[in-house]
Design a protein around this ligand. Structure first.
Ligand code: ADP
Ligand code: MG
Length: 559
């Protein structure tokens, strides 16, 4: 029998699979199941136009059987099957896109990552198997063929017997080594959980013989016996493809829990079914509490990404801007290919469109929460408000419009937190700026001499208690054309224009001020007479852009 060699590129990918130390070897099953599902899809579409083929929904399924003794794992589908030529071209060469990323040697290095995140296709089987055989019968052919390979040494194709069209793939699972165990891929519970994890939403039933215990017939009370029972292990219809009106709040909470998006309950969910320039379904969650690692470097933002029901990436970071990094959830799009590489994904036009869309949906959801359920919004803000402010600061105002209306601050005149728009709506007729004061706590700010004059004029003052507050505001510069101004800035420009009288007073005390300046040398830049003070004898003020409080923060920062 003639042995054929793999195409050069396939060989490289195969070598990588065989020697893979990748911890997520389990994804091989996802790849094989998705191929089977594709094969059934193809048959379904053929049946739509070809009268000779009739598609009986019930016959279409994917079967998984594990045989511990023989160390084999078998996947059978009733899909379109492959002819001899197709076996040759489909399994002997790397056909498509997905594997392009492996071309460059530098990408081979972090290849392990790529295996986990993207479809690497059929060859993934060689991560767990030392021998793979594929028996297939095409709907277009009379005979069946068997393709066999150990992955390293080429492959063979021979005629075989198979009556019904479809494909049967048998993996001989590798023997355990000192470092690695492969037994798990023969264990029905483990297999079941892998299927649930990656392929729960495949549209066709994935069936498996599962061992269960039943009351023994004519046995004693409580006596059970082991029986093999065929079970469908996937749920088939993903929640995100269901109609919103069919779903309850509990369904979404269950999904949040099943997916382990968080240990809390979600505060809000967003369910999107978009059928426009790009088609996708998405379920997004705004969590209630801050994940323990949220404000650390370890936290990884991202949404799960599915291509047509198949999970291709667990944390797709490109789908979320940093300021919405707290959002959890998933996106499923028919317009993405399973075998898309990370590099291509980053530049993918569809994905960019989805990301943009999602961003605006999250924004409007938060806005409506703010408007309609202030209490819930404040809960959210307590957990993630800081991230929004970092957003304002880091994005250099690019997302000003997205974020400025979502901010909340303490205020001198109101009990709770206030929005900027609420502040502006309360501004006095003669007031042209939005005033703020910075300090450690609300109580301390309220006692600052700097706030006195502004408060005396009846102007509201925003109280900034977090380091990031003032930095963020500096980035915004203004809100609804009202500039932000610190109450401790030297040029408050309230109405005490330097009068002749005060100039005279300043001159009269010139020596005193000079003396004070000498004593405080290096600590203050100038000593001046001020009309700003009411009940306090002295006040510190800053000139220019950086206020005293910002200076404190900057000095406290590690270099
Ligand atoms: P991809 O699925 O991205 O095309 P794969 O390496 O997973 O890449 O599979 C290569 C090709 O082999 C598929 O495109 C398909 O034509 C064929 N194939 C694989 N598995 C099956 C199957 N179970 N039934 C029919 N064809 C299959
Ligand atoms: Mg595939």
């Amino acid at each position: 029998m003639e042995k054929k060699q793999f195409q050069a590129e396939s060989k490289r990918l195969l070598e990588m699979m065989i020697n893979s130390i990748y911890t997520q070897k389990e994804i091989f099953l996802r790849e094989l199941i998705s191929n089977s599902s594709d094969a059934i899809d193809k048959l379904y579409y053929r049946a739509l136009t070809d009268e000779a083929i009739n598609f009986e929904q019930d016959r279409y399924a994917i079967h998984i059987t594990a045989d511990k003794e023989a160390r084999t794992l078998t996947l059978t589908d009733t899909g379109i099957g492959m002819t001899k030529d197709e076996l040759e071209t489909n399994l002997g060469t790397i056909a498509k896109s997905g594997s392009l990323g492996f071309k460059k040697t530098n990408e081979m290095k972090d290849g392990h990552d790529i295996i986990g995140q993207f479809g690497v296709g059929f060859y993934a089987a060689f991560m767990v198997a030392d021998q793979v055989s594929v028996v297939s019968k095409s709907v277009d052919a009379d005979s069946a063929y068997i393709w066999q390979s150990d992955g390293s040494d080429g492959y063979t194709i021979e005629e075989a017997t198979k009556n019904v069209p479809g494909t049967e793939i048998t993996l001989h699972i590798k023997e355990n080594t000192e470092d690695e165990s492969f037994d798990e891929f023969l264990d029905e519970h483990r297999l079941k959980s892998i299927v649930k994890k990656y392929s729960d939403f495949i549209r066709y039933p994935i069936k498996m013989d599962v061992t269960t215990y039943k009351p023994k017939e004519d046995g004693e009370e409580g006596e059970t016996e082991e029986v093999q029972e065929e079970q469908i292990i996937n749920s088939m219809v993903p929640i995100w493809r269901k109609n919103k009106s069919e779903l309850t709040k509990e369904d979404y909470e269950q999904f949040y829990q099943d997916k382990r998006y968080g240990f809390d309950k979600p505060l809000e969910h967003i369910h999107l079914s978009v059928d426009g320039a790009v088609r996708y379904n998405s379920i997004l969650f705004i969590p209630e509490s801050t994940p323990f690692d949220f404000y650390s470097k370890e936290y990884e933002k991202g949404l799960e990404l599915y291509a047509n029901g198949v999970l291709i990436m667990e944390k797709c970071a490109d789908l979320l801007p940093d300021f919405f990094s707290f959002v959890k959830g998933m996106v499923d799009s028919e317009d993405l290919s399973l075998n898309i590489s990370r590099e291509m994904l980053q530049h993918d036009r569809q994905l960019k469109l989805i990301a943009k869309n999602i961003q605006s949906k999250i924004k409007s959801q938060l806005q409506s929460l703010l408007k309609n359920n202030r209490e819930a919004y404040e809960t959210f803000y307590k957990s993630f408000g800081r991230q929004l402010k970092f957003g304002v600061y880091n994005e250099f105002g690019a997302h000003k419009k997205v974020l400025e209306d979502l901010l909340l601050f303490h205020s001198s005149t109101e009990k709770g937190l206030v929005t900027l728009s609420e502040y502006v709506s309360r501004m006095k007729e003669d007031q042209s700026n939005i005033y703020y004061a910075t300090g450690e706590s609300i109580e301390r700010i309220a006692k600052l001499p700097q706030t006195e004059l502004v408060a005396d004029k009846g102007y509201e003052i925003l109280y900034f208690t977090e380091d990031v507050d003032e930095f963020a505001i500096k980035m915004l510069q203004s809100y609804q054309d009202k500039e932000f101004q610190s109450v401790s800035s030297a040029d408050l420009k309230l109405d005490e224009e330097e009068s002749e009288e005060s100039k005279e007073e300043q001159n009269a005390n010139k020596d005193l001020f000079e003396e004070m300046k000498t004593i405080l040398a290096g600590k203050v830049k100038d000593v001046r007479l001020s009309k700003r003070l009411k009940t306090h004898p002295v006040i510190l003020a800053a000139e220019g852009e950086v206020t005293i409080e910002m200076e404190k923060v900057l000095q406290a920062m590690p270099d």
